[in-house]
Design a protein around this ligand. Structure first.
Ligand code: SF4
Ligand code: SF4
Ligand code: SF4
Length: 273
């Protein structure tokens, strides 16, 4: 049975946490939480690192009534324990001018697939809309980052060098004399700045994703959303099967290496070579 109450230092008191929808709560939900904190808590809330709202100083006997109020207001209580924790996200391309992907919607889909799933230890997962990485996804067990892969269209290029100038990592080289354009994809951080600056339609930006597992970035550029979910599904199934009780994903990789999971992903043709 899932545990919805986290024990406090103070005897007889618990904290209860409410999920947001990838960082978003409606005004009505906020009002409901306000009422809960007034009635059952100590009159304040605490914002957790996982975009949840916590109400401390709740008593166990009030849980049933709190659950009823939550159900009426579309609020979900966050379970404690060794589970997939609430998936966090930045505002993504719906709101943020730098956004490449719809981070909240992707986070909600991961939440629909795996939210609260019981595993050998907790799993944190976060989605960030672009290489600015506001969500610091590499500090999560699983991180997804919006990315742009620049594709060169030679016939449109006038070799002005504008793209090379704006590239912060020096991944592009342009030679006006010999009319050559080259990109070092090992250096490229998939920010898309070069695509934005080119006024000649000589760079097409393919929108996609970069994935981090236990803080390590996979070298592959993922060009479709379904593959992102398949990588996450496979990783979590692998973790469920291979991790020792209470072992974190990073520790499992330290013990077993990450090559075996990579091989599973490659053999299943989920990860491109
Ligand atoms: S990561 Fe990018 S898209 Fe997300 S909030 Fe930061 S700048 Fe905006
Ligand atoms: S900015 Fe566009 S036109 Fe200029 S060198 Fe780069 S790709 Fe070519
Ligand atoms: S996408 Fe960003 S990092 Fe990659 S080549 Fe273009 S400007 Fe440089």
């Amino acid at each position: 049975m899932k545990n919805f109450l986290a024990k406090q230092r103070q005897a007889g008191f618990y904290s209860i946490r409410f999920k947001s929808s990838a960082g978003r709560l409606t005004n009505a939900q906020l009002l409901a939480i306000h009422g809960l904190a007034e009635k059952f808590g100590a009159g304040y809330i605490h914002l957790t690192s996982r975009q949840e709202i916590s109400i401390p100083f709740v008593r166990q006997e009030n849980l049933a009534e709190i659950e009823k109020i939550c159900a009426a207001n579309g609020l979900e209580i966050s379970p404690a324990g060794t589970i997939v924790k609430m998936v966090t996200a930045c505002q993504g391309n719906e709101i943020c001018p730098s956004g490449i992907i719809d981070s909240p919607e992707i986070a909600r889909e991961i939440e629909r697939r795996h939210g609260g799933r019981e595993l050998p230890n907790k799993i944190t997962c976060s989605v960030t809309g672009c290489p600015n990485n506001c969500m610091k996804v590499h500090y999560n067990d699983i991180g997804i980052k919006g990315a742009v892969d620049p594709q060169f269209i030679a016939e449109n290029c006038i070799y002005c060098g504008g793209c090379a100038k704006v590239c912060r990592v020096g991944a592009i080289e342009v030679d006006r004399q010999s009319k050559t354009w080259t990109i070092n994809r090992d250096k490229c951080i998939n920010c898309g700045r070069c695509v934005k600056i080119c006024k000649k339609d000589a760079l097409r930006g393919v929108v996609g994703y970069k994935i981090y597992l236990a803080g390590e970035i996979l070298p592959q550029f993922i060009d479709n959303e379904e593959t992102v979910y398949q990588i996450i599904d496979t990783t979590l199934n692998y973790f469920a099967e291979h991790a020792k009780p209470r072992e974190r994903l990073s520790k499992m990789f330290e013990r077993l290496g990450s090559q075996d999971l990579t091989q599973v992903l490659l053999s299943a043709k989920i990860l491109p070579k």
